[in-house]
Every structure is written in structure tokens, then in C-alpha cells.
Write a protein that binds this ligand. Sequence first.
Ligand code: ADP
Ligand code: MG
Length: 472
Amino acid sequence: MHPENKETEVSLELPTDTSREVSPHITLWASISSTIAAKVNEDTFNRWFQQLEPLKISDDKLTLLAPNKIFQYWIESNYQNLLDQASEHSYGRRLQFEYLFAEDATTRSAGAPMTPQNPVSEEQTIQEMASHSGLNSRFTFGSFVVGVANQFAHAACTAVASKPGRTYNPLFIYGGVGLGKTHLMQAIGLKILESRKNAKVLYVTSERFANEFIDAIQGSSLPKFRKKYRQADVLLIDDIQFLGGKERSQEEFFHTFNALFDGHKQIVLSSDRPPSEIANLEDRLVSRFEWGLTAEMQPPDVETRVAILGKKASDMKIRLPREIFQFLAERIRTNVRRLEGALMRVASFVSLNDGKLPDTPQLEQLLKDILQEEARRAITVEQIQKRVAEQFDVRIADMTSKRRPASIAFPRQVAMYLSRELTKHSLNEIGDAFGGRDHGTVLHAHRQVRDRMSKDERLRQLVASLDDQLRR
Ligand code: ADP
Ligand code: MG
């Protein structure tokens, strides 16, 4: 358990179920949450899901009681897919989720509406359309903060959204985890739906695409699967790197791609790396992915990080002093999702402590694991070279020298591989740190090591152990 987990101490006066039989909403939620527990880490589960209490189910709608609105916001932004999958699994079809808030129950006068959502019907239909397309109505262009690091990708996405199929096709967005790729892709889908309600917009992860494909083969429903994907007007495929190594899914996707492309339908893809660097991806797909426009996203600078925090907070009507935003933005640099997670924690803390702000030690305690995660990222190429040299018993100088006997060249390649995996440096910067080699050499080393690892279990373990030591 986590000592900072103050939320668990809040007790609530709620109508308790008097019947002896366990009510369906309770068993249902128990089943859904056990699926979730298996898929998220323990801390996430305790912090967010365990605090939810099922209140009732009717008309495929499960009502959950959450400590406050932040819970709904956070779960919908990050775990809605997971919730949907878990509910399909436990309930047989997709559930809707409604949230009530304990905060409201105690602070609002009786008779006031418990739920803040009083959606206008117009908005509701867009929301329904969106969720039908696999989109989360929160990820709009309006809620995206543009800074130097993402302005190119943002501009490409708005161009595609205003003229789908007629500007850049496909649009390929890549960059590190938590930098807003999914957000921008979804914004494209939402924007298109806003102007053309009957557009067939389809958002899926490549994993989901592959799973549905396999289900379709097994259930002899390939025609239906193909119809769904090949008749889309806009296909948004997230995290395409997971198609790597899945040969039959790649083959299927190749034909999907061609059908859509030939019909001038918009295709948008995202990945954590450029097309040519996706492991085990067929060349014909790599080349197609490069046909249109490729846009990279970088981690936002500190001003943008502060602006993002300000925006998220104001969207959620959270009031926090600027120093807290500054603290968070300075300490959390590489991942906006993590930054947002930290904000939610602080906001939740404040809300559950009658508005009292945490002092710095409390803040550090509250964000301990997030700050540790962040610190881990600060691995340098020098540390990697040193550790690898020790492991292979070569001199550090050999890491940067021009000498090429295999006994030296291979450890050097391993160090390049790890530098690529563990630091945020570009290929050129890594090449420079290895005695002025060019980016092609680093890329080659990375591939070489990766390929050898896939065939050589001992090497794989060795590299995994180096990776682990360096992260610690
Ligand atoms: P990725 O798909 O690149 O891993 P996401 O799109 O899921 O990242 O973004 C992670 C979280 O960070 C989301 O909640 C998203 O809204 C938020 N986010 C990322 N970049 C921005 C930004 N520039 N402005 C506002 N929110 C952002
Ligand atoms: Mg994503």
C-alpha cells in the first residue's frame, strides 16, 4: 500500500444495500475491476480504480461513485479503452459509465443535480458518434496546446482534418510516449465528424486491428471485417509499430491501405518511431507510410509544459497557484501524460484536504514514484559506455576509437543500441559521442544488435540486464 494514498481514508455516508443477495452491479464491477487490475500496475489500480464504488446498473449504464470529478476525467482520458474492453468481457457488450461524486454529495445542497453533466442534445450526438468511432470527445484541437515541439505535427493534423484525403495521405505522426500523438489523431477524427456527421471515421490501435483480424479469421467473418475497414472515410491507426512481426496482419493492412488510398480516403498513422525504424515491418508498408507526410513530435519545452498544466487545470476548474505548475513543469520533462498524472494527484490531494495545499516535502512524497520515473530517464551516453565497457571487459577509450576488431566493435554496437533505447539523443548526437560516427552507423548498430538479440537468447538476457542496471 502507498502511504500517500490519503484518498482511502475518506469515508462516505451512502445508502447501503440491505438485501442479502449480492446485487448485479456489485458483481459486475468486481468482475470488470479484476480485469483492469490485471492490466494496470498496482499503484494505478489502488489510486484510481479501487476508489470507485458501483451504485447501480440500469439500461446498460453502470453508475460509479468517485471521490471527485478528477477521477472521471483521469479515467476517461487514459483508461476508457481498457474499461470498454473489460466491460465487453464481463458484460457481453459495451457499458456506458456514469459518475457521481462523493464531493458533491457532501457539499451540495439537497436537490441540486449530482452530476454536472447536463449535455445539450447536439453535444450528446457528437459524443455518441465519437464513441462509436472509437474516439474520446475530450481530445480536440481546442484542448491541445501548441508549442515549438509539436507545431509542425499540429499544423499537419489540422490541414488533414480540414481536407481529409486531399492534402497529406497518409499522415504519419511519430514521437515518444505521452507526447500527444493519440490526442492529435483523435482531434482529426472529431473535427471531421463535427463538419460531416455521417463520415465514417474509424480509430483503432494497430493491436486492436490485428486482434479483430484474427477473430475475423477464426469466426469466418472476414468479409465483415474488410467491409468495416475498407469502407471507412477516415482511418486512424494508432501505435502502428505493434504491427511489426505480425505478418498476416501486415498483409491484410497492406490491402486495407491500398483500398483506402485508391479511394482517396484519409489514412493517419502514429508510431513511436519513423517508418523505416519499425522492427520487422515489410518494406512495401514502410514505403507506403512514407508516401505522404511524416511529422515528428518532440517533448515540449518548459513554457509549453506550464501552459499545458494551466489548460488542463482550467478545463477541470482546478485552482492551483502558479508555483505548483512551475514545480511540476520543471520536474517532469519528458512525458505529458506523466505531467498530467502529477497534476491530477496534486489536485486530488488538495480537494480531499479541504483546499489545503501540499508543502514541498508533501509534494515530493505525493509524487515520489513519478519523480523517480522521470529521474531514470536522465541516463547519459557516457554512463552507458562505461557500463558496457565493464561488462565486455574493454577499455572506455575503445568506445570512441576507430579500432574495429569484433571484440571491440560488438560491445560498441551494444552501447549504441542502449544509447538509442535509453536516452533521448538523436542518432547524430549518439554518433558524435562514439567518436564522430554518423547516424547511419548508429542505426546499423541498433538493427544489428536487435536482430542478434532476437536469435540469441543469451545476448537478449545480457542486454536486458544492462538495461536494467542502467535504469536503476
Ligand atoms: P501519445 O499518444 O503520444 O503517447 P497522448 O496523446 O496519449 O500521447 O497524450 C498523453 C496525454 O497528454 C493526454 O492526456 C493528452 O491530452 C496530453 N497532452 C499531450 N500533449 C498535449 C498538448 N500539447 N496539449 C494538451 N494536452 C497534451
Ligand atoms: Mg498514444
